[in-house]
Design a protein around this ligand. Structure first.
Ligand SMILES: [Cu+2]
Length: 351
């Protein structure tokens, strides 16, 4: 009891002292990149919780990661860097299919993760004048990212991985009133409730006959799933594969398990740099269609040697567009996955 009273007196003294000198104690608020909640495994909500966090000048924000996200503050008034970009020099080379034929994309520009998205940049404080970011965190086990805000203002930040995923930090003078931690938690909870309500509406999209959707998305709410999971057609018929959302690109990729797994494992490969950090390079087989731009050839089950055929990444705003049609020549049961989200599986049954 005595000890507790002494501790209480001590912290009261510290508060008094702080009030006296006009110095609020520097505090840290936490924001979750992705909801800090257990969701259905195929449901991805690409948002920051809470959306606008308000702090005092000199305070910090700590981001914890749920899902594959980053935190990037451009200099105020500037756009965030892209997630990936064409290498100005290096070309794709040496990619051949299992039949030994070179892929069409040899000679195309290599696609790298932009180093400003890939690696931490800008240091531990932010005042709005220079690009500052977390680099690519490694999923849910990533260490939190912490930034101290030295100037007042309203600062917009981005996840460069998911287009449209952005939020704000409002930095107020030290004397201003700001929400309490409890108020922040309540707002984050409400924000999640709204997203989950949206998710309910997206869980079973109406898909026209003869089509398969990759994902069912609206804004930050994304189902990482094929709809329907299995489609049956007659030999000689086609299926239209489409991605209507813009935040999560998908591929529709046929092939043997081993071949597709190999691409997934090499989806992003570090290539050592000369004295600097490595360049993170995308496997062109994951990003680009298996065949030259234009209508895809019919699927026979033996394309490119052992049956590889891929639409490349589809989605709103992507060079590959939102849809691809594939004609199925031979009866059989053909599995496909998304090479960006390999947990997505589907089947085409050809009769
Ligand atoms: Cu993200």
């Amino acid at each position: 009891m005595l000890v507790r009273r002494a501790a209480g007196a001590c912290s009261a003294a510290a508060l008094l002292l702080a009030a006296f000198t006009g110095q609020a104690l520097a505090a840290t608020k936490t924001v979750s990149a992705g909801p800090n909640a257990k969701l259905a495994p195929e449901l991805s909500i690409n948002d920051f919780f809470r959306q606008t966090v308000t702090i005092h000048q000199g305070d910090s924000v700590k981001w914890t990661f749920r899902g594959f996200h980053d935190v990037v503050f451009p200099a105020k008034g500037h756009k965030p860097p892209p997630f990936f970009a064409a290498d100005p020099v290096a070309k794709v080379e040496g990619f051949a299919d299992t039949a030994g034929a070179p892929f069409w994309f040899n000679g195309q520009p290599r696609q790298n993760i932009d180093p400003r998205s890939a690696f931490p940049v800008g240091g531990a404080t932010y005042d709005g004048t220079k690009l500052t970011g977390s680099g690519l965190p490694q999923g849910n086990t990533a260490a939190p990212y912490k930034l101290t805000f030295t100037k007042s203002g309203v600062f917009t930040y981005y996840c460069t991985i998911h287009p449209g995923m952005k939020a704000r930090v409002k930095v107020l003078p030290k004397t201003a009133q700001i929400p309490t931690a409890a108020q922040d938690a309540k707002a984050a909870k409400q924000q999640l409730a709204v997203a989950l309500k949206q998710a309910k509406k997206l869980a079973a999209p109406k898909v026209p006959a003869g089509q398969v959707y990759g994902g069912s998305d609206r804004g930050s709410v994304n189902y990482l799933k094929f709809f329907p999971g299995s489609i049956t057609v007659k030999a000689g018929q086609s299926v239209v594969f489409s991605v209507l959302g813009s935040q999560e690109p998908h591929t529709f990729s046929f092939g043997t398990d081993a071949y597709l797994k190999d691409i997934v494992a090499k989806q992003i490969t570090p290539v050592p740099g000369a004295g600097g950090p490595p360049t993170l390079v995308f496997d062109p087989r994951a990003l680009l269609p298996s065949d030259p731009p234009g209508p895809l050839p019919p699927y026979t089950g033996q394309n490119h040697g052992d049956g590889f055929l891929s639409t490349g990444t589809l989605g709103k705003g992507l060079p590959g567009g939102t849809k691809a049609s594939i004609t199925f020549a031979n009866p059989g049961t053909y599995g496909f996955i998304c090479l960006i989200h390999p947990e997505m599986h589907g089947t085409v049954v050809v009769q």
